[in-house]
Design a protein around this ligand. Structure first.
Ligand SMILES: [Cu+2]
Length: 174
């Protein structure tokens, strides 16, 4: 399931719960005025607990959404190839890969997430669309020819990562 969808379903269910409790409270208040039925008292601690629990949940979601940091990783060079392993599990870790321009890059995707959402990874700027096998490493190789930031993402563009292509360090080119 997509993370964004999860967040929305949590928010929607909280709104529904609050709405239902408001409605039943209004109903109880209405019946009280007719005096036909005895008033049903909801225990106050329970009401407080539900409200506080809801607020805490909303706070956590917002915090996670705004402040969860991206994990950047610089690719390591092995025999002229810049390599990095990316774990695919509820997203991409690291989700920011730093490489140097003009050198071959090999991204090793290790897919641990069985959800069909993450079975494909796309790098549109490098014309790559690759199927990832579960619990296996799938490598994608290419040479970034221009500096810049390039996105990679799942088939439906819900989970994303960035490939940052920088200028060469200690350049020996004159
Ligand atoms: Cu997806």
């Amino acid at each position: 399931m997509h993370t964004k969808q999860k967040i929305w379903s949590v928010i929607i269910s909280l709104v529904l719960i609050l709405g239902i409790s408001q409605y039943s409270y209004a109903k109880i208040a209405a019946t009280e005025s007719t005096d036909k039925f005895p008033r049903i008292e909801q225990p106050l601690p329970l009401k407080l607990l539900v409200t506080l629990g809801g607020l805490a949940l909303i706070g956590t979601e917002i915090w996670w959404f705004l402040f969860s940091k991206t994990k950047a990783q610089k690719a390591k060079s092995h025999q002229g190839i810049q390599e990095v392993e990316i774990t695919v599990d509820g997203g991409y870790t690291p989700d920011r890969i730093v490489v140097q321009v003009g050198q071959p890059v090999r991204l090793n995707f290790l897919r641990k997430d069985p959800s069909s959402c993450l079975e494909k990874v796309l790098l549109p700027d490098f014309h790559k669309a690759v199927d990832l096998q579960l619990n296996q490493i799938t490598s994608i190789e290419f040479i970034p020819k221009k500096t810049g930031e390039y996105a990679f993402h799942c088939g439906m563009n819900m989970f994303r990562g960035v490939l940052a292509v920088n200028h060469q360090e200690n350049s020996s080119v004159h």
